[in-house]
Ligand binder design. Structure first.
Ligand SMILES: [Zn+2]
Length: 296
């Protein structure tokens, strides 16, 4: 199994997840092979940029080729030298710049093996991903089952996202019996699988007064934010069109009309349960765990 981070060079939580995971005293692989690639897009990390120096998005450059652009060559090298040797993989991402994601797993849930793997991670929300052309996930789907972990914001460390990432990787390794399961780890985590998701967009351009956070439950008709001008006049409201849970949001308090503001996941069951579960996981990870060591 491989775990990769910083395919997008400004998405740093995954770098920290792998760095901490590898130094945990109890982290021991007893079966199979674990390959950690803490920084895939080295150029992007150095430049604090999502992209490659040739301005290409590495996660749109797979499978690449050994004679193509810099992005194509790096994509191809990772695919041939790492991904092709693995049965499973977890690619660690964050929201784009100025956007935060609630910790979530995205994967091709039409495949039963991938679905079970996604559930074993233990993130509160699992989404069926549209597989983007040129992504690592798209290039790997035939022989390698890949989960994408999305958590936090670009260029920031988010403690909850990091801890959930470490715990999730360990959960998957235990599920695959590459690490021995002990005590608490056996307790199966429940994930809520979203039917689908969509972004709610700004209804006006202006200054944002935001009333909701990541993980909050929203009901149809809720006012998620007001958008006003700089003299205090309200210009528009951002309203939830359906019940769901906020799994992504933009963080800049200024928007242009039609800009994506809130990413909402929709569930068949009551979304209240999902919100409660998220709160519970947050408490467990942040309040009850003083060090990453206790995650094992
Ligand atoms: Zn990314």
């Amino acid at each position: 199994m491989f775990v990769s981070a910083a395919v997008h060079g400004d998405e740093l939580n995954g770098v920290e997840i792998i760095r901490r995971l590898l130094t945990l005293k109890n982290f021991k692989i007893t079966k199979g092979t674990f390959i950690a690639v803490p920084i895939v897009n080295v150029y992007g990390v150095v430049n604090q940029s999502r992209y490659m120096p040739d301005r290409r998005d590495l996660n749109r450059s797979f499978p690449g080729s050994d004679k193509g652009s810099l992005a194509a060559r790096l994509a191809n090298t990772l695919l041939k030298e790492v991904v092709a040797h693995c049965d499973y993989g977890i690619d660690l991402h964050t929201g784009a710049i100025h956007r935060s994601n609630l910790p979530q797993i995205r994967a091709n849930l039409a495949d039963d093996v991938t679905l079970e793997l996604a559930k074993s991670f233990g993130a509160p929300v699992v989404l069926n991903s549209e597989i983007l052309e040129g992504s690592l996930e798209a290039a790997a789907t035939c022989d390698t089952r890949v989960l994408v972990y999305e958590a936090g914001e670009a260029l920031r460390f988010d403690e909850l996202s990091i801890r959930m990432g470490i715990k999730g990787i360990v959960n998957v390794l235990c599920y695959l019996k590459m690490m021995p399961s002990r005590g608490a780890r056996v307790k199966k985590a429940t994930s809520f699988i979203a039917d689908n998701s969509s972004w709610i967009r700004a209804s006006a351009s202006g200054i944002v007064a935001n009333y909701f956070n990541l993980g909050d439950q929203v009901k149809m008709g809720d006012v998620l934010a007001d958008i006003g001008n700089h003299y205090g006049k309200t210009l528009g409201q951002v309203i939830a069109m359906k019940d769901g849970v906020i799994i992504g949001k933009q963080n800049i308090p200024l928007v242009q009309e039609c800009e994506a503001m809130f990413h909402i996941a929709f569930f068949s069951g009551p979304s209240q349960q999902v919100s409660k579960k998220i709160e519970h996981v947050e408490q467990e990870l942040v309040v009850n765990t003083e060090s990453s060591e206790q995650l094992l």
